[in-house]
Design a protein. Sequence first.
Length: 141
Amino acid sequence: MSAPTSPAELYRHSLRLLLDKDIPAWVALWAEDGLMEFPFAPDGWPRRLEGKEAVAAYMRPYPDHIDLHDFPDLRIHQTTDPETIVVEMRGVGRVVGTGAPYDMTYVAVVTVRDGRITSYRDYWNPLAVIGAGADFTGSSR
């Protein structure tokens, strides 16, 4: 695949990598000083990850906790800043530890500069994960 040329293309590519459980390739999309934030994270869960290495450490075990099957209802909105998109989507699959269904609605604000993710604000519902029986506060939702 040729390199994604827009934030929306890069984001779509990132979702394919998550479905393929290719976390190293997903992390490679990040700038060295990238920032990932979770404004709605409950107590005990990370709220801010600074730098590509912190993002990598957080995401590395993700497939051990969530088995993603699809991202239906994907809507990507361009903003007045050509480097920033707002994404609405659902992630569906199952919680690996319990077998419970995983169905999460997300809104994300993503900024891409020079072909790399520099900022990712992830507005997800922690109650949906906790309700599904997932408990992996130090590694992923």
